[in-house]
Ligand binder design. Structure first.
Ligand code: MSK
Length: 633
């Protein structure tokens, strides 16, 4: 086994961050590292999920001396209600992102700001939804499908259309457990209703609704976001890019795109390539324009355009601290309000664009589908004109940069497999060759690693160390969100990283020409992983819960991650968390989520929460091996 000699280590990244924080000190900047200190220790009631502030009689905090809130709700009801509200926040957020993409698709037109880039995918979805495509103008079809997608949010009857993509067995389980998601907004709304004062306090009912709200996200809103983004901006295919803070360019205008919705970032990328804008940048003394991404926007633009990935969640302040960021342009989700005051310590323009994410100390340029081109151009121009305001004394770009191959949509994975085995069955391909190598034990299984950074975990360590451990054990890793960027920043998405794998996985990587960590996109793209698991189960002829596959979020922090966890588990995939979801205050809720006879009885999967990362990895490997044994392989 090779040493991990070519990887960028967490220590190197920390060293770079320390140097950047020194620059920050010079200009009086605040930092998340300092704010964590200010906020520690955290409130024990909050951490255990045992504080209730849903009505104004409290807040009520549960202790042995005060075992019930003023309304009489016990600790289990309080913890379960908090958990459902956590889920609802995440489901609403992802799904609203999906809704906004559906609106963009509805407004797509020939020659307009937004156009249909993948008409084949549009037609496939139309067929899936029983819509006639023959002789229809592609934009008429796009509008029809977009409207049908939008109706999924509020339809009065029926369940989510995409559920039919799951194997029949999963659909039957959802029906039997009464967790089939209906209209997306209804599940979010019902979750808030159930948790209102004087409604549900029965943990089992609240956890059931948590799974249903999660499913409305993963097999509803998020899937809509992913599929419609592919129609509009192209279905990702493998593309080479670079990652880590060293992708910032000293002599260029650096524009950072951050957030989630590709409707914004796609336009910024387009105008940054405009010859008129490049000429303007040169006039201002720059060598050109460099766009780089942070958080999930980085994933979106990397996998469609090979745009470099500057970093993940806890690296967002670092890009400003380089002193070389002309503008950080954001849309929604995971944006630190701290960027406002921080940008004021430098020449950086902090540009907010969405009425959903308004922040102090920012320049607000509202972005609509109708004015997207005009506004993107104005933003790029603003960044270029800001180049001259850079204080060269503050510029420090740590030279950390890796190579990464990204863009493994389900379609791309099937295509890669098809290229090797010639097993082409139809235009959608098959995952049978993947099932075969798992059956043969060449690959032992797979882990879908997702989620954020969280200062409760040494940033990126859990992602990177777990990935290394899994690869050495011939377990392939599929990633999305900030986990994907942790891998890219370290160098694990470089096809050469196959050298670090066990012999079996290394052979597969060589044969198929893939890196051992496969980039599947942003947070909403975890829906791609659900489709992958569903298709693999169908092609293999087993249930999803039987596949040697785990979900893992070792450094998660957001409400969206809880919603994701719920739909991954509800899909039949055992899920491993490195951060507790504020449920440890209730033995009953802990048993429901993590025990042998809670959600496991409904959906054949459950959670494991393990804060020791080494043990978390061991537990995943044990689970994968146990599933193999149960299959007799
Ligand atoms: S951006 S939700 S910090 S993965 Fe999707 Fe990263 Fe987590 Fe946000």
């Amino acid at each position: 086994m090779k040493e991990w000699d070519r990887l960028i280590t967490v220590e190197q990244m920390e060293e770079a961050t320390a140097a950047l924080l020194e620059t920050g000190k010079k200009v009086g900047a605040d930092s998340w590292q300092q704010r964590v200190k200010n906020q520690t220790p955290h409130c024990g009631f909050g951490e255990a999920g045992t504080c209730c502030r849903i009505c104004s009689m409290g807040p009520c905090r549960i202790t042995p001396k005060a075992p019930r809130g003023i309304c009489g709700c016990d600790v289990h009801g309080i913890v379960a209600r908090n958990y459902l509200r956590f889920t609802a926040g995440g489901a609403a957020t992802h799904s609203d992102h999906g809704r906004s993409i559906a609106h963009t698709l509805y407004l797509a037109k020939e020659g307009g700001n937004y156009q249909v880039k993948d008409p084949e995918k549009l037609k496939r979805i139309a067929h899936e939804w029983g819509v006639e495509t023959e002789g229809k103008d592609i934009y008429d079809l796009a509008h029809e499908i977009a409207e049908m997608g939008l109706m999924e949010y509020g339809k009065p009857f029926g369940t989510q259309r995409y559920l039919k993509r799951a194997p029949q067995h999963a659909q039957d389980l959802w029906k039997a457990a009464d967790i089939e998601p209906r209209a997306i907004d209804r599940e979010v709304s019902q979750s808030l209703h159930m948790t209102h004062m004087g409604c549900s306090s029965l943990p089992e009912a609240l956890i059931r609704q948590s799974l249903r709200a999660g499913l409305s996200d993963g097999w509803g809103g998020s899937m809509m976001g992913t599929e419609f983004s592919d129609i509009l901006f192209g279905t990702p295919k493998p593309v080479d890019t670079t990652a880590n803070i060293g992708v910032m360019e000293k002599d260029m205008v650096n524009i950072i795109v951050h957030g989630h919705d590709p409707s914004l970032s796609e336009m910024i990328v387009y105008y940054a390539n405009d010859p008129e804008m490049i000429a303007l940048a040169k006039e201002q003394g720059a060598k050109g324009i460099n766009i780089a991404g942070v958080c999930c926007t980085a994933n979106e633009v990397a996998m469609r355009h090979g745009i470099p990935m500057a970093g993940n969640f806890l690296q967002q302040e670092n890009v400003v601290l380089t002193g070389a960021c002309e503008a950080i342009v954001v849309d929604v989700q995971c944006i630190f309000p701290a960027l406002g005051p921080l940008s004021k310590c430098f020449h950086t323009k902090f540009i907010t664009t969405s009425p959903i994410a308004r922040m102090p100390d920012s320049d607000f340029i509202e972005f609509h589908e109708e004015n997207a081109g005009e506004n993107a151009k104005a933003i790029v121009k603003m960044a270029i004109e800001n180049f001259k305001n850079r204080n060269q004394d503050l510029v420090n770009i740590p030279q950390l940069k890796t190579k990464a191959r990204v863009g493994y949509s389900v379609e791309a994975i099937k295509k890669c497999l098809d290229g090797v085995t010639n097993s082409h069955v139809d235009e959608l391909g098959t995952l049978k060759p993947l099932a075969d190598v798992v059956k043969a034990g060449v690959i032992r299984g797979a882990v879908a690693m997702v989620g954020c950074n969280n200062p409760k975990v040494r940033p990126d360590t859990a992602h990177i160390e777990l990935m290394k451990k899994l690869l050495q054990n011939d377990i392939i890793v599929i990633v999305s969100g900030c986990s994907a960027q942790a891998a890219a920043k370290a160098g694990l998405m470089d096809p050469d990283a196959k050298e670090y794998c066990g012999e079996g996985l290394k052979r597969v990587c060589e044969l198929v020409g893939i890196p051992p960590v496969l980039h599947m996109g942003s947070c909403v793209d975890i829906s791609r992983m659900m489709v992958l698991a569903a298709d693999l189960a169908k092609d293999w002829g087993i249930n999803i819960s039987q596949i040697p596959l785990c979900g893992c979020a070792p450094e998660w922090m957001s409400e969206k991650a809880v919603s994701i966890g719920n739909y991954v588990v509800a899909t039949g995939i055992d899920t491993f968390l490195g951060v507790d979801p504020y449920t440890k205050g209730s033995e009953e809720v802990t048993q429901l989520l993590q025990g042998e006879h809670g959600i496991k009885d409904w959906v054949e999967a459950n959670y494991t929460v393990e804060l020791d990362i080494e043990k978390l990895g061991d537990r995943m490997i044990e689970t994968i091996e146990a599933k193999r044994k149960a299959l007799g392989i």
